[in-house]
Design a protein around this ligand. Structure first.
Ligand SMILES: *Cc1c(COP(=O)(O)O)cnc(C)c1O
Length: 838
């Protein structure tokens, strides 16, 4: 039809169910199936058709139906229970934070994407799920926390396969009145607006408020009439445009995001940048301090001391970097606003890269984030190592292991991904308050009390749900693509509830190697078509719209799934989102992940599967390298790096088939007992992974390792008009200027051989130039089989330093001597980035 206008007619809720609307506007329901059931019961068709969206369901359901449930005693009873639970959750005083960090300072968390629920499609994949889950657990734990992000009004994209299995993307304009968001209001009750200058335009954003349990999320939206048509599209699509659009989105997130917090009077003592997308918040915070009278360097010290940066990208090319000319176009006015030169500002982001065969300085978001923070972390132990290695060039002279990038291993929000059936079962053996103590490893041992039959019954329920879901989705796809009646009918028999079912779903980035399984099709066919012990596979995942190799992987799987020998036994589902993810992690028997090590920074979907008793079968990369304990799932391949990717793929594929045939399949089909039995593996997966990879554990780690110390240090540096920050800034300026004039020479009287426990005398002679001798650390560095020990030399006050350095073990030692400038109040010894080796 020809639309001339639109109007939203708001529902009139009968008094007895009036709070359905309030609840719809708090994503508490997104991890509370009983709460969702209240809306689903209103109208199952509407609920399914509109992505399980309570706000939309209330809008669409006939007024008569609302009257009906308002008079239905059974419904009202369930309603009362959900509301009581909701009120108890929202009003809870005795939270983890209240008990453990009662005076915790507020955290402001910035992320480009958030995945809370399929009905709010402002995410693309794992990064968004991680950010969304982080908010949910921050709420559960009761920590003071506000998140800032973007309202993408066309979302990421909807993925549709054509009849040849090629991915097409569609973008639908979201109708904001159907989302669980409300305009954020200023103290005086006005709709909040912030503006930022991008290039030579003033771009206005409105701010939406989203409630996630106890915490708030602010979402920026430039789709307002004051903006030009192009600027209205700045928040249209996530990761949709070219580099130009990306930079502008980063300016918005960082700068407008900080302004939104200020306008609404929301405090932040710690700023957490989730990935380099958020790095430009450092610009605005620095500007605030400069405007208040600080010089640029002091402002930067103050800002950085209260900022944490989490990096997620273990591949150099995955880290955004932009040409200086491009940055000039969009942040050209910032040096002046910061009372800095362009060189000073860009030096904080400089990453020299080869472009067209020439070394070119680029503005790297990751480098800027590392320089605008004084704490940084990767997202698993291995990813921490990889990150230290990737960014060590920023710390010339440092050994890789001392590069100040730590790690917090990711987790997932248990309740969001655990089925109601499994939650009910867990409730029979875990204590009543188990959902509040998810990180408690000892508590989870009670899972041992679940019987084999209890587990297999619940898993069958989940698997049937999943199969029904898969069949429905495949039918829709076939009908849309004009398949024959026979093909459509065949979707009714896809997958068998009796076959071992393996799930593989994630973004189709090529390093995730979705097609590794197909390296030896004959062998795969024997596994799938075994007469007594069949195996079936369910795939899903989106490729980035510009990633043709990723799309080719999807098509390859689709084509295999159409071959007679694999029909109905290998399926690939469209439009992987949180809804599909929940069905798969709950319904499959095991979860497969075979990325090219070490490129999976963490991965989280295998955690979600483990929560539901589907053990993980994965390359020992990311979280699984820490999670796998020989009893709770299976490894693929070896813990090593390969020079030749083809060799790596062959070795990993071989390992995958071998373990599947010789361990997993026989175990699933009951050919192993005791500790080798299937149920034992399932129990171990649940009890080991649920606490250790709970988002609750992750957020507690962030609080203890980063948020609390950063708040303290930030306050110290900012106190008395940033007095300490000023001292550190001017000290750094001074030592940097003096450094080229310093000299260091060292002697060690090393015998040809020595014995364990002997010492060797080491002396060094220093010309400190203008640097105070007490501010130089001179140390011997011992390297024994890659293990480093640092032994400080004692100053004799005359420019010489010495120590008797112990060689405690037998073995080959290399001995070096270096000096570095240190002063009280630094976040770490390498902070001045000056190291001189003798
Ligand atoms: C959990 C999840 C991801 C991330 O999975 P990985 O294991 O990190 O690849 C991506 N998309 C959705 C919808 C998810 O639920």
């Amino acid at each position: 039809m020809n639309v001339i206008g639109k109007v939203t007619v708001l529902p009139q809720l009968p008094d007895s169910v009036a709070r359905l609307s309030e609840l719809a506007y708090n994503l508490y329901w997104s991890w509370t199936p009983h709460a969702q059931a209240l809306y689903q019961e209103l109208d199952y068709g509407i609920w399914e058709r509109f992505q399980h969206n309570p706000v939309r369901t209330l809008l669409e359901v006939p007024q008569s139906r609302l009257k009906e449930v308002a008079a239905d005693p059974a419904y009202l009873k369930r309603y009362a229970q959900v509301m009581a639970d909701f009120d108890a959750y929202m009003g809870k005083k005795d939270t983890w934070a209240a008990r453990n960090v009662p005076d915790m300072k507020p955290v402001a968390y910035f992320s480009m994407e958030y995945a809370y629920h399929e009905s709010l499609p402002i995410y693309s994949g794992g990064l968004g799920v991680l950010a969304g889950d982080h908010c949910k657990s921050a709420s559960d734990l009761g920590i003071p926390f506000t998140a800032v992000g973007m309202l993408f009004h066309q979302g990421y994209f909807t993925q549709l396969f054509d009849k040849d299995g090629w991915q097409n993307e569609t973008y639908d304009e979201l109708d904001l009145t159907t989302l669980p968001i409300t305009p954020a209001l200023t103290q005086s009750g006005e709709e909040a607006r912030v503006s930022v200058v991008i290039g030579n335009r003033t771009v206005h954003s409105r701010i939406w408020n989203l409630n996630v349990g106890r915490i708030k999320v602010l979402l920026l939206d430039t789709n307002v009439p004051q903006n030009s048509p192009e600027d209205r599209k700045l928040t249209a699509r996530l990761y949709g445009g070219n580099q130009e659009l990306r930079v502008q989105q980063y300016v918005l997130l960082g700068v407008a995001g900080i302004r939104a917090l200020r306008l609404l009077g929301i405090p932040g003592d710690v700023y957490h940048m989730n990935e380099g997308h958020a790095a430009l918040l450092g610009l605005e915070r620095t500007r605030e301090y400069v405007e208040a009278g600080l010089d640029f360097r002091t402002a930067v010290e103050t800002v950085a001391s209260s900022t944490l940066f989490t990096t997620h990208t273990p591949v150099p090319a995955g880290n955004d970097a932009f040409g200086y000319d491009l940055m000039d176009r969009y942040i050209g006015s910032w040096p002046a606003q910061l009372a800095a030169s362009r060189d000073d500002l860009y030096a904080l982001a400089e990453h020299e890269q080869m472009w067209d065969g020439h070394p070119v300085p680029t503005f790297s978001m990751t480098v800027f984030a590392l320089n605008m923070s004084r704490a940084a972390n990767g997202v698993s132990e291995l990813h921490g190592e990889v990150s230290r290695d990737m960014w060590k060039f920023l710390y010339p002279g440092a050994e890789t292991e001392e590069v100040p990038i730590g790690h917090v291993t990711n987790g997932a929000h248990n309740l969001t991904f655990t089925s109601q059936a499994m939650r009910d079962l867990l409730g029979t053996v875990l204590p009543a308050d188990w959902t509040e103590r998810l990180e408690d490893e000892a508590m989870w041992q009670a899972v041992e009390n679940l019987t084999d039959a209890q587990l297999s019954d619940v898993q069958l329920v989940m698997k049937r749900d999943m199969i029904t879901f898969v069949r429905g989705r495949m039918r829709e796809q076939k009908v849309r693509n004009g398949a024959s009646a026979a093909d459509v009918a065949a979707t009714d028999t896809l997958l068998s509830e009796n076959a071992l079912t393996i799930g593989f779903a994630r973004r189709f980035a090529t390093y995730k190697r979705a097609t590794l399984l197909f390296r030896d099709r004959e062998r795969l066919s024997r596994i799938v078509n075994h007469p007594d012990r069949p195996v079936q596979f369910v795939f899903a995942g989106k490729a980035h719209p510009a990633d043709n190799p990723g799309k080719a992987f999807i098509q390859e799987i689709y084509k295999v799934s159409q071959e007679p020998e694999f029909r109905g036994k290998i399926v690939i589902l469209e439009n992987y989102d949180m809804h599909v993810a929940r069905h798969l992690v709950q319904g499959v028997d095991i979860w497969l992940n075979n990325p090219r090590r070490p490129l999976e920074a963490s991965g989280t979907s295998g955690m979600k599967a483990s929560f539901n008793g589907s053990p993980n079968f994965s390359v020992l990369d990311g979280w699984w390298r820490e999670g796998y304990d020989t009893t709770n799932g299976w490894p693929i391949g070896e813990e090593r790096e390969y020079a030749d990717l083809n060799v790596q793929d062959d070795a990993d594929a071989y390992s995958l088939y071998h373990i599947l045939e010789n361990d997993i399949v026989p175990r699933y089909y009951g050919q192993a007992t005791g500790d080798a039995s299937w149920a034992h593996t399932v129990r171990r997966a649940i009890e080991t992974c649920s606490p250790r990879f709970s988002m609750q554990r992750q957020v507690i780690d962030y609080v203890q390792k980063y948020y609390v110390p950063i708040a303290a240090r930030g306050a110290q540096l900012a106190a008395s008009d940033s007095a300490r920050a000023r001292e550190i800034a001017s000290w750094k300026g001074w030592v940097r200027q003096q450094w080229p004039h310093t000299t260091l020479s060292a002697q060690a009287a090393l015998p040809a051989t020595s014995q364990p426990g002997q010492t060797v005398p080491v002396t060094a002679t220093v010309n400190p130039a203008g640097i105070n001798l007490t501010e130089l650390r001179v140390e011997a560095v011992l390297n024994r089989a890659g293990q480093l020990t640092h032994v400080p030399l004692t100053s004799r006050g005359d420019g010489t330093f010495s120590a008797d350095v112990p060689l405690n073990e037998s073995g080959l030692y290399s001995v070096g001597v270096r000096m570095l400038p240190v002063v009280d109040g630094l976040s770490n010894d390498l902070e001045a980035r000056l190291i001189k080796w003798a």
